[in-house]
Design a protein around this ligand. Structure first.
Ligand SMILES: C[S@@+](CC[C@H](N)C(=O)[O-])C[C@H]1O[C@@H](n2cnc3c(N)ncnc32)[C@H](O)[C@@H]1O
Length: 332
């Protein structure tokens, strides 16, 4: 393979004749000798092994960029090595305790600007518009400012908004718009098809007082929760530009002594809203404290990972899927 790679002399020589999509390559019997695949691999300089990017020390990616931006990359401003590093489906970094960490950690489910910054850096370019319907202490808004993106967040708890403002002041970070209010009304602030990326870090399903503070506790919390999440995702779909992405944080839970996978539920309501599932990133939260739930009688896991689901708005694909469904219905 490396011999053939050396034969390709310049980027101009890169040509892609195969009509099959790239994701078919791993199962293709011609992959060994496929010149198109070799050319593509060369773009990523695999002969030298593309360097893994250190997102931790390089955040917020504003250091002088030494590489030539690939003109074909319309998605972000990352190098091929940075791109490849992000496509790992699992990551477990230990985030530095900076950027107002001492204040953010009062929130029961705060995230790190380094974590959300990676998502923003991959799915947007400078000047792009981002929405966070559950902003909490404004982690995504901090990342957006540091990365030169515009953002708007929604949060129903004023305490977290106050923390965001304090952090901006302390760190001299430009404030983004953070609306005190229910994200169910976000369409009043966001015109259709204007947003480039959405980060959804939803509240805990089994803590209804967090997402319906005024109401009576629901009889069937999970059902009500997913009706609520579906509505938020429908609003997100309206605001997002076509072909753009949304990342949804999901965490499995223990409910009535049963382990419940949450990703399928989130996928189902996101599909109801029109989104197409494109992948996931498993993030291990190193800061999660271990608790001896079942000790010393039964096995009860400490759930320390999130599955960050990546969906895309693709009107053509959603339309095709709906047409297919319609055709099936007619046949019955
Ligand atoms: C998982 S937390 C987000 C944490 C945030 N990413 C951070 O790093 O601080 C979810 C947040 O959603 C807020 N929330 C719940 N229901 C909401 C609603 N209907 N509209 C806006 N915010 C809501 C909660 O108050 C909570 O702060």
């Amino acid at each position: 393979m490396s011999k053939d790679l050396k034969d390709v002399k310049s980027e101009e020589e890169l040509s892609f004749y195969c009509r099959s999509p790239i994701y078919m390559c791993p199962s293709c019997t011609h992959a060994e000798n496929c010149r198109d695949l070799l050319n593509l691999l060369r773009t990523f300089r695999v002969e030298e092994k593309a360097p893994e990017f250190d997102y931790m020390t390089n955040f917020p990616f504003l250091n002088e960029r030494t590489f030539k931006q690939d003109k074909k990359n319309k998605m972000n401003e990352l190098s091929s090595g940075e791109w490849l590093t992000f496509t790992r489906t699992v990551f477990n970094p230990k985030f530095p305790h900076i950027l107002g960490h001492d204040m953010r950690r009062h929130h029961p489910d705060y995230k790190s600007p380094h974590l959300i910054g990676q998502l923003i850096a991959f799915f947007t370019k400078q000047g792009d518009h981002i929405v966070d319907p559950f902003a909490g202490t404004g982690t995504s808004l901090l990342s957006a400012s540091l990365l030169g993106r515009d953002a708007i967040g929604f949060e129903i708890n004023q305490d977290w908004i106050d923390i965001y403002y304090k952090i901006c002041k302390q760190e001299s970070i430009e404030r983004q718009k953070l609306v005190f209010g229910d994200s169910a009304y976000m369409t009043a602030y966001i015109p259709p098809d204007t947003i480039d990326f959405i980060v959804v870090d939803p509240p805990d399903p089994l803590t209804p007082e967090e997402w319906m503070p005024e109401a009576e506790p629901p009889e069937k919390p999970l059902e009500e929760y997913f009706d609520f999440i579906r509505q938020v995702l429908v609003n997100c779909y309206k605001g997002l530009k076509n072909k753009k992405y949304i990342a949804v944080f999901t965490r499995n839970l223990y409910n009535k002594s049963r382990y419940v996978f949450m990703a399928p539920y989130f996928t189902s309501v996101a599909e109801d809203a029109g989104f197409i599932l494109k992948g996931e990133k498993i993030w291990e939260n190193k800061a999660e404290k271990l608790r001896p739930y079942g000790y010393p009688h039964t096995y009860v896991p400490n759930i320390v990972h999130y599955s960050i689901l990546i969906f895309r708005k693709d009107e053509a694909e959603t339309g095709a899927a709906k047409r297919k469904e319609g055709a099936k219905l007619k046949l019955r």
